[in-house]
Design a protein around this ligand. Structure first.
Ligand code: C5P
Length: 401
């Protein structure tokens, strides 16, 4: 997954020959899942047309302070809209104006209004690039918190060869991705999440299971990935899908298999989240052939399954442990008892008495209770938003404990 997914990106293009590459850049950003708005300086319009960039960005392109009907464009709004601003190519002229705070075109006014991180990809001839004014300007822009994506070396439009070409669009994207990743709070952390139901075989065609869809666990995995973690998702049978280079998906069927996978990876994990609805019992014997119907009644002898979370609680050292409790009565009391018994850092309680919470739903209503007995209540939300809330609490706790 790209860290640019769903990011709002303003691409500012100034007037140099490298402006033609902005079309490729916008295409790559869109492919990465970003929402893009382009601003052209008057000089850039000589090199690349607004129509090309509006087609690629799927948004109108801004190049002046007002449209033909003299409707004013709000540069403050677009500056504040952006999660990230990328000025590519940034000419020597634009760079120098950014230093002095000039505001004589729409790109510069948007730059001055932006509160987001700004990435600058300079492009110019080699001597202009090496000139002390340019070098000092770039250093000062960096000192002011902007990110400079160094120009690359090669053949230049002047016919000369040296450093000054705008970094290739792929390299610009890689630079930004690396930077975004560095700033994510869970980079370098490994998180194990159990999800979905378990199926306990009775015979080759029947099992004991439950209605858990796995939705909550998969949303938690997605959110952990968004925050930069490496994720091991140990999933019981589920129709949910997730793919990511940072994700290891281990598909299991029974509680015993889920325990085995959890034990294999637990020592190297930083966080263990048990959102699976594990079957409490399994048939004592598993028939090798399909059981034939015979008498009007039949007995199935069950034995208790291992409690995976309890086992991890016993082995816990540095790990942060989070459990779920789905209760129908005396919710708080039961949840607190589980928190203590399983040695958890916090427990996420969802009550079946809450409309919209529980199995197979897209929404959930949770309450988080921590081991210090603090309690946090949340309204009914989508499971995606619930996953965000859970990680928000987790991050706060990881930073304070
Ligand atoms: O005790 P109870 O089943 O209500 O506890 C629920 C919590 O314990 C959930 O986090 C669930 O994933 C976990 N659990 C487990 N193994 C079991 C039963 C529950 O990991 N056998």
């Amino acid at each position: 997954m790209s860290f640019l997914k769903n990011k709002k990106v303003v691409v500012g293009v100034s007037g140099g020959i490298a402006a033609y590459k902005s079309a490729f850049l916008v295409r790559l950003l869109i492919k990465a899942g970003a929402e893009v708005k382009v601003i052209l300086t008057p000089g850039a319009e000589e090199f690349v047309t607004p129509l090309t960039l509006s087609t690629l960005s799927k948004n109108p392109v801004y190049s002046s302070f007002a449209d033909e009907e003299k409707t004013w464009f709000n540069h403050v709004e677009i500056g504040l809209w952006a999660d990230l601003m990328l000025i590519a190519p940034a000419t020597a002229n634009t760079i120098s104006k950014m230093i002095s705070g000039h505001a004589d075109n729409f790109l510069l006014t948007s730059y001055l209004s932006a509160k987001c991180p700004v990435y600058i990809a300079p492009a110019m001839d080699l001597d202009m690039y090496q000139h002390p004014s340019t070098q000092d300007n770039l250093k000062l822009l960096q000192k002011r918190g902007n990110f400079i994506i160094p120009a690359e070396s090669g053949e230049l439009a002047s016919g000369l060869s040296g450093q000054g070409r705008m970094a290739e669009p792929e390299n610009i994207l890689q630079f930004i991705e690396n930077q975004l990743q560095l700033n994510l709070p869970l980079v370098g952390k490994k998180i194990i999440i159990t999800a979905g139901p378990t199926y306990e075989a009775i015979d080759p065609v029947r099992f004991i299971g439950n209605y858990s869809s796995g939705k909550m666990g998969y949303e938690l995995a997605q959110q952990a990935l968004n925050l930069g973690a490496k994720v091991i998702l140990i999933s019981g049978p589920s129709h949910e899908k997730l793919e990511d280079s940072q994700l290891q998906l281990i598909k299991v069927t029974s509680a015993k298999e889920m325990l085995q996978a959890s034990q294999q990876y637990f020592s190297s994990a930083d966080v263990f989240i048990a959102s699976a609805a594990v079957s409490d019992y399994r048939p004592k014997e598993q028939a090798h052939q399909k059981i034939k119907k015979s008498s009007t009644e039949m007995q199935l002898e069950l034995v208790k399954n291992p409690d995976i979370l309890y086992e991890m609680g016993k082995q816990k050292k540095h790990q942060f442990l989070i459990g779920f409790a789905l209760e129908t009565n005396n919710e708080l009391e039961h949840a607190k008892a589980k928190l203590n018994k399983k040695n958890l850092d916090f427990i996420v309680l969802n009550s079946l008495q809450d409309k919209g919470a529980g199995f197979q739903k897209d929404t959930n209503k949770i309450q988080i209770i921590d081991k210090q007995n603090n309690s946090f209540n949340f309204p009914l939300k989508t499971k995606k938003e619930v996953a965000k809330d859970i990680f928000e609490v987790l991050l706060k706790k990881m930073n304070t404990e």
